[in-house]
Design a protein around this ligand. Structure first.
Ligand code: SER
Length: 593
């Protein structure tokens, strides 16, 4: 069955079953506790908790949707059979159980069997289900077990699992959640490890998990406890890519009609074969598809939040396309735009290609220089036990803005790696030095620092961000010095700036001054800073709280202060000089009048 037909049949089936079909919400959720939309239920949270009335909004308790989703947790896993950044989820909801009109476990289970067996043509005998076995103070789901049994599922095809597998949600720290039943499909013994393995087997992929039926009756509170929701809900989700793979008899969606034209195009452009370069082809295809959907939802590459996710996948895609010897991504991107815009009209936005091209231009230069430097480091023979010096790797990170994951991937190709712990030590040491430097200059001495210096300091943050926007995010502060008259700023960049670039940087800084942005300080852990989009590339947080200064939404930078309160106090910003300050480092002197 063609993927388009699967979507269409799903919609028609739930229409027939008197569900209102709701359009997909944006990948950028309204609810700001999550960065991106990761499940179909997200747009319905206020209705699921009972905070808003589903009947007033939708005139029915029964909803269904085909939802765009995006998950970033496993970007590094992209390339295997089953991971994608962007994916679609088909789901149906019954919000607020109602004796007469709503349905709960029985109704949800009946609909699922009906759709899979009668519409998708799956064999009922191959369907296995899982149910919640009871754990953490929440009882075993006897009700679901007896419904499945009544529907003709023998004991051997009903497996019980705990919270890890059969309790779903919430999507953030708090929110609606509940025990669930999952529908798995047996692809046959030839895919299995042991004769009697079953759903959730860790050693083989004989069973594919297709549909998650969540019996949502709890809310997770801030302290981690569960309270009962004022109403019961059904929340279900089918992994569209997985269902399509199964229906088309493939191990992976990359081999289905969702990707086949793009994969063919990549073969044509690279002159290489998919079979021999699966990982590279899949990364390019996945990231191209993911990028167009983010851009269509108004995300632009940046160093913050969703913009940073987009920048990461575009840059990763560019690295892989170079490796495959592909000149331009345009045709590949275009295939996805054309195919998906039939269903998702927001993709008809003409700017998508342009956004990707601009990001590519910015990245191109940095990439070349950084890869050369990494090669040089490898050749220098500075490795011990197949590890390169963490300080050298940190230099590449700092100078060229290569994330650690990218450095590791590059090194891996020649059997090398960098010790992550040592790398992080180098990072924290650098942070500590920058912090001390800032404190010596400004920190705790704010009374002694004149108004003019504080203004120039705020202007320095604006300049830093403007440089990154114009030149690329390899630009990182390498030094800063302020006196009453001028600021001096050293940053990583290997070429002199053109007149146009200087004018553009000045223009951006002055525009931000005119916008009269507020300057605000917030204390937070490094981890929190990263979540909020202040650039910080590591998962763990070993330092205490840091101060982050926000200038409107334009700049967010960790520093010791002090700053002025509003950018309109700065006056006019002018760059007086741009010169070299050592290898790969440029220096700008600028004034405010
Ligand atoms: N919210 C559940 C999931 O994401 C069912 O849609 O799996």
């Amino acid at each position: 069955m063609k993927s388009k037909e699967v979507r269409e049949k799903f919609i028609q089936f739930f229409k027939k079953k008197e569900h209102k079909i709701v359009s997909s919400s944006s990948l950028i959720p309204e609810d700001d506790t999550v960065l991106l939309t990761t499940a179909g239920m997200q747009q319905f949270v206020p209705y699921l908790t009972g905070e808003k009335s589903v009947l007033s909004e939708f005139k029915t308790r029964h909803l269904a949707s085909v939802q765009k989703c995006f998950r970033t947790l496993d970007i590094e896993e992209i390339g295997d059979d089953t991971h994608y950044t962007f994916f679609e989820m088909l789901g149906n909801w019954s919000i607020g159980e109602d004796e007469e009109k709503g349905y709960f476990k029985k109704g949800a289970i009946e609909l699922a069997i009906d759709f899979f067996v009668n519409e998708m043509g799956l064999s009922k005998e191959r369907i296995y289900v899982t149910v919640f076995k009871g754990e953490k103070g929440i009882p075993r789901d006897d009700e679901a077990i007896s419904i499945w049994t009544d529907k003709g599922f023998p004991k051997e095809r009903i497996a019980e699992f705990g919270t890890e597998d059969n309790f779903w949600g919430p999507t953030s720290e708090t929110g609606p959640c509940g025990p669930c039943s999952e529908i798995h499909y047996d692809r046959g013994q030839e895919y299995g490890c042991l004769e009697d393995c079953g759903p959730n087997c860790e050693n083989c992929n004989r069973f594919v998990e297709l549909w998650n039926l969540v019996f949502m009756e709890y809310n997770m509170e801030k302290d981690g406890s569960y309270t009962k929701l004022p109403q019961k809900n059904i929340d279900t989700g089918i992994g569209f890519e997985r269902l399509v793979s199964l229906l088309q008899g493939k191990d992976s969606a990359y081999e289905t009609d969702l990707f086949s034209s793009a994969i063919k195009k990549i073969e044509e452009l690279s002159g290489k074969r998919y079979e021999e370069n699966k990982k590279e082809f899949r990364v390019i295809a996945d990231h191209a598809r993911g990028s167009i959907f983010l851009i269509a939802d108004s995300v632009l590459p940046s160093n913050k939040g969703a913009g940073y996710v987009l920048r990461r996948i575009i840059r990763r895609m560019i690295r892989y396309k170079k490796e495959m010897g592909i000149e331009s991504l345009n045709e590949i991107v275009d295939i996805f735009i054309k195919e998906y815009s039939e269903f998702y009209h927001e993709l008809e936005n003409k700017n998508i290609l342009k956004v990707i091209q601009e990001e590519e231009e910015k990245f191109e230069k940095t990439l070349e220089d950084g890869l050369k430097e990494l090669k040089r480091i490898q050749e220098k023979g500075a490795m011990k036990n197949d590890k390169i010096d963490a300080g050298d790797a940190f230099y590449v990170y700092q100078t060229f803005g290569f994330p650690l994951e990218m450095i590791q991937e590059e090194l891996e190709k020649s059997g090398l790696s960098v010790d992550e712990e040592k790398f992080k030590e180098a990072f924290y040491k650098h942070q500590e030095i920058s912090r001390k430097g800032a404190e010596e200059k400004f920190g705790g001495l704010s009374k002694d620092v004149g108004e003019d210096e504080a203004k120039l300091h705020t202007a320095t943050h604006l300049l830093h961000q403007a440089l990154r926007e114009v030149l690329g995010d390899h630009v990182i502060q390498r030094g800063s010095d302020i006196n009453r008259e001028r600021l001096r700023f050293d940053f990583s960049h290997s070429q002199s700036l053109s007149k146009e670039e200087i004018m553009e940087i000045e223009r951006i800084v002055n525009e931000k001054i005119k916008e009269d942005l507020e300057v605000k300080e917030e204390k937070m852990s490094l981890e929190k800073a990263r979540e909020k989009g202040v650039i910080a590339l590591f998962q763990d947080d070993k330092m205490g709280d840091i101060s982050v200064y926000y200038i409107g939404n334009f700049s967010a930078e960790a520093c010791g202060g002090p700053h002025i309160k509003k950018t309109s106090e700065l006056g006019k910003f002018t760059i007086k000089k741009e010169e070299s300050s050592g290898a790969g480092v440029r220096r700008i002197k600028a004034v405010l009048n």
